[in-house]
Ligand binder design. Structure first.
Ligand code: GLU
Length: 270
């Protein structure tokens, strides 16, 4: 009798454990992120909405260079011809790392540069575009170097690589930092700053829509834009697949066509 009750207790515990760990659940999402994306037939991508021509909204639709890269990724991974299997989540330079590491998004495609500091906490694919930090001023401005900002006011965007550059190259500048590009550009429009330091690729988007501004010729950094992923084994397969897709986009001329579509005159207009 005692033996039977021990056997029953063990059997009962086994059933409970099976339930707890979901071993009996065939619908359980895989751990590996690439497998999980394919299993759920959806990819969740962090994207920007204030960074024309990379990620912005027009006629209620998200558009831009990064949006096209995202659509190519989804097409290659999921056979998604119309970008319908992407769930876009809007990120900012300040939020994108925590959006990634908290699992809010699978990947980030958001004008994000590879940097030594960032590679301590997240991972990156190979780069898909190279920008450079530059200064934008009003056309009438006499400013011609970043050093001259030491006695002036500079606008930057919080969470961007521009924070470090201004500290290094114009440590005595009065820095006004904003959460997004529209607010930062507003500072320049209203003469609350003398220049904006940001990636030329995004300043370019502002210049094509607004008369009376110029991007100065100097480039202070090289910004290697890459797709950001979480660190760890669960993301390795996905990183490999993304690098293969980016490589193919490069070889086939697709990346160049996206560049021609969104930033045909980046250096001419600057
Ligand atoms: N590429 C720069 C960065 O990763 C600035 C562009 C952005 O706003 O993301 O910080």
């Amino acid at each position: 009798m005692k033996k039977v009750s021990i056997f029953l207790s063990i059997f009962f515990c086994f059933i409970v454990l099976l339930g707890l760990f979901g071993c009996a659940n065939p619908n359980r999402e895989p751990k590996d992120l690439l497998a999980r994306i394919k299993f759920r037939n959806k990819i969740i991508i962090g994207i920007k909405n204030d960074s024309k021509p990379f990620g912005y909204v027009e006629d209620g639709e998200l558009k831009g260079f990064d949006v096209d890269v995202a659509k190519s990724i989804s097409k290659n991974l999921l056979g998604d011809d119309k970008g319908e299997l992407i769930e876009f989540v809007i990120v900012t330079p300040e939020s994108r790392i925590s959006d990634l590491n908290s699992g809010n998004v699978d990947i980030v495609i958001a004008t994000m540069s590879i940097s030594a500091k960032r590679t301590h906490i997240i991972d990156f694919t190979n780069p898909y575009f190279v920008a450079g930090q530059a200064l934008m001023v009003k056309e009438s401005s006499k400013i011609n170097s970043i050093e001259s900002l030491n006695t002036r006011r500079a606008g930057i965007i919080l969470g961007t690589t521009g924070e470090k550059t201004i500290r290094q190259l114009a440590p005595n500048a009065t820095v006004i930092a904003k959460k997004n590009y529209n607010e930062a550009f507003g500072l320049l429009k209203e003469d609350k700053v003398d220049a904006i330091l940001a990636d030329d690729s995004i300043l370019y988007g502002f210049i094509i829509d607004n008369k009376g501004y110029k991007i100065l010729p100097a480039r202070y950094t090289k910004e290697f834009y890459a797709i950001a992923l979480r660190q760890g084994d669960e993301n390795k397969e996905l990183k490999e697949a993304l690098n293969k897709i980016l490589n193919h986009m490069q070889q086939s001329g697709k990346l160049n066509r996206i560049k021609e579509k969104w930033i045909p005159n980046l250096h001419k207009d600057a």
